[in-house]
Ligand binder design. Structure first.
Ligand SMILES: [Zn+2]
Ligand SMILES: [Zn+2]
Length: 363
């Protein structure tokens, strides 16, 4: 009985600390919207819903925190959650007024980080608990490192979006043909979406293979392959240079062809969800759909210790089939994930500087 109370104390403590931290961050965003929030998101927030959600999160974090303090011998988690909720409430909570228009300034994407973390963990933690491919705890080994990767890449969203789009506009303006762009953008949105998927994945496939074959590039990409545990957070482990180069090169053909904004935006939403799903610790195999779209089983094989250099595409397995790199056995999953060679150190900063430190040869 005592242990069941202990587990309940732990679960309520974790939920309280997570919700308290998210809500506290959200209140900070209300206080300093110009420097902590993303203009593109700011413009579309349904503020009534946002404020109600913050209010509920503050209330739940506080109550669960107190509950955890009562149930658990170690009080740190519950006190953290209840304390953050209390502090955020004293700062004005969900009612903090935002003066509009918000000044345009350089910013970190704290809102994007909090929102994406909230949504993705609310979707994937229950799914991974119910349909786990491997039994593993939510806070598995090296989760802090991957949360750092997730956090930094979200906070730096202004920089990464700029670095993704600027090279195409600077170096490939000469390739733009207005008549072609007009014809492309005039197609039905659904068709453009499929074309974007195909065009972007063809370049992703190429860039991804280069990251595997060119030793100097592999030093950056091996960070992504160093995860020995697969789950929804593991895919965030990407070196910043890997992110910027892959996205920047994949954006070039989209820019040159001139797709309309709506299908490109739909693609960005799609990829940000699918990139998380394909790493998830989920045993779903998706029936015949797995030959059409990349699934967890398909991308888990890309992270296998053996065989290496298979399943490079991000969306469409048919690209791997065409180039002879598809590996999708009917009902098998990789026995182990990660690198066969020299281990990559744990910790965000160690992984950030690793490619520059010493020459690491591929195993
Ligand atoms: Zn790879
Ligand atoms: Zn991956």
């Amino acid at each position: 009985m005592a242990s069941r109370v202990g587990v309940l104390g732990w679960v309520t403590g974790v939920l309280s600390a997570v919700l308290g931290a998210l809500a506290f961050g959200a209140v900070l965003c209300l206080w300093f919207p110009a420097v902590l929030t993303t203009p593109a998101l700011r413009d579309v927030y349904p503020m009534e819903i946002v404020r109600t959600t913050i209010k509920m999160a503050l209330g739940v974090a506080f109550v669960l925190g107190l509950l955890s303090v009562l149930l658990k011998r170690r009080k740190a988690l519950g006190l953290t959650g209840a304390g953050l909720a209390l502090l955020a409430t004293l700062m004005g909570g969900s009612e903090v007024a935002v003066a509009t228009p918000v000044a345009r300034s350089n910013h970190v994407g704290l809102d994007w980080f909090l929102l994406d973390l909230f949504l993705l963990s609310a979707i994937f933690v229950p799914i991974e608990l119910l349909w786990a491919r491997l039994p593993q705890p939510v806070f598995r080994r090296e989760w802090r490192t991957d949360l750092w990767h997730f956090g930094i890449s979200h906070l730096l969203v202004q920089l990464t979006v700029f670095l993704t789009m600027a090279p195409a506009a600077i170096f490939f303006r000469w390739a733009v043909a207005p008549e072609l762009q007009a014809a492309v953008a005039a197609q039905p949105y659904a068709l453009q979406f499929v074309e974007v998927l195909l065009v972007a994945d063809l370049s992703q496939y190429t860039v991804h293979r280069l990251f595997h074959t060119v030793p100097w590039l592999w030093r950056f990409h091996e960070i992504h392959h160093s995860s020995r545990t697969m789950d929804w957070l593991a895919g965030s482990r990407l070196h910043l240079l890997d992110i910027v180069v892959t996205r920047g090169l994949s954006f070039v053909p989209l820019y040159v062809l001139g797709f309309a904004q709506a299908p490109v935006f739909a693609y960005v939403l799609f990829v940000s969800f699918q990139a998380v799903l394909i790493h998830a610790n989920v045993r779903w195999r998706f029936g015949p759909l797995r030959w059409v779209l990349a699934t967890p089983q398909y991308h888990h094989w890309h992270h296998a210790v053996e065989p290496v250099d298979v399943n490079f595409a991000v969306h469409l397995p048919v690209i791997d089939a065409v180039f002879g790199t598809l590996h999708l056995p009917a009902d098998r999953w990789p026995p182990a994930y990660g690198l066969a060679g020299a281990p990559v150190p744990d910790g965000y900063w160690a992984q950030l500087v690793l490619p520059f430190r010493r020459s690491r040869s591929r195993a």
